[in-house]
Ligand binder design. Sequence first.
Ligand SMILES: *Cc1c(COP(=O)(O)O)cnc(C)c1O
Length: 440
Amino acid sequence: MKFISTRVGSATGKKPVTFRQAVFTGLPADGGLYVPAEQPDLSARIAGFSEQTSFQELAADVVEELIGDELSPEEVQRVCRRAFTFEPALRPLEEKLTLLELFHGPTCAFKDFGAAFLASVMEEFLRQESRRAVILVATSGDTGSAVARAFHGKANIEVVILYPSGRVSALQEQQLTTVGGNVTVLEIQGSFDDCQRLVKQAFVDSGLRRSLSLSSANSINFGRLLPQALYYIYSSLRLAPGTGNGRMICVPSGNFGNLTAGVYAWLWGMRVDGFIAATNINDVVPEYLITGEFRPRRSLKTISNAMDVGYPSNFERLVVVFQGSAKKMRKWIKGVVITDQETRDTMRRVYRDSGILIDPHTAVGVLASRRHLEDSRYSGHILCLATAHPGKFVDIVEQATGAAPELPPALTEALSKKKITIPLNPTLDLLRKFLLDRYA
Ligand SMILES: *Cc1c(COP(=O)(O)O)cnc(C)c1O
């Protein structure tokens, strides 16, 4: 598999890079995003799987088909075995609606799939090269903890995480700051924007580039997108029998990485009737699907805060897939917008009717799925991605339902550990000095 930039018009965009290069550079120099230069056809592979195929097995087969030109079968096996120590799970909710639970990983959200695979594949590549990489990440919460857990203990990799002091939840801070080992956490005396600015500046700083091999692990890295396509394919095998006339997939969306991964799975041969993009009131993409105009703007705060994105960066990838045509995109992706009040009502109703607690992000997806079933005459089944464990959002879930979700052991464990951070003022000079002193 080779990768080009979404900005194919520019000079650098024309030169394809390998998966390894796309993973370590993260972003092409022209400011676009990496996308596959050609779409592989996996339909024969997919036809060879059955309901009995385990997630790890399926993952190794698909990954080998995709990047087998860069890793041997043994290496691919090792990458997948180390990454996927957890699995997606299907949970029927209503006659025509099933949840795909993606929160059984170490930080209880779907981002564990992407982070675990990226960490594992980077470790494998670095083993071959015997060089050391420093991963630099800015986080406002969840991405950072998924990355910290995934990269913990990986050989030849140092991780430095920047987060805004006092601006993440207590649970997020505990998850982020208690990992230790090769994971160092800088508590920035500033905002999330300061953290992001510092990371961006560090990547282009000539002094740092000369002395260190810096890489990113943020969500637009293709190495995080690829593994997300795997659970779409996996679920398509398990839902197919007995559900009649096909299926659609509903994805609670913010930055649109998860939905984009589903669209790739479809391009690569997975059968699906279409996607539902469920958003909170940050509705830039649903609006585009109606008007054909993309108007990014400041994000608004909601109770499904991991989806509070005003400039969904993966939109650029979707535009390439649908050749810049809103009409084509509309044929495959339906947008549905859900308010906070509707989100709370949905958590309450689902609990009342089925005894199942769902988190606010999943609730946005569940209501969007129901609405689509009601408004269209769709006769198939809807698979709705459950993106986080309800225990991650105890207060919101309890307020809405009157019932307190159990904290999964992975989260309670972090609560009892000691927080270790290094406070730092938000200037590039201080960050540069810290990185050079420690890793050069
Ligand atoms: C990140 C996140 C989302 C949004 O996913 P995107 O890929 O950014 O669209 C939804 N739910 C949860 C719980 C998340 O952490």
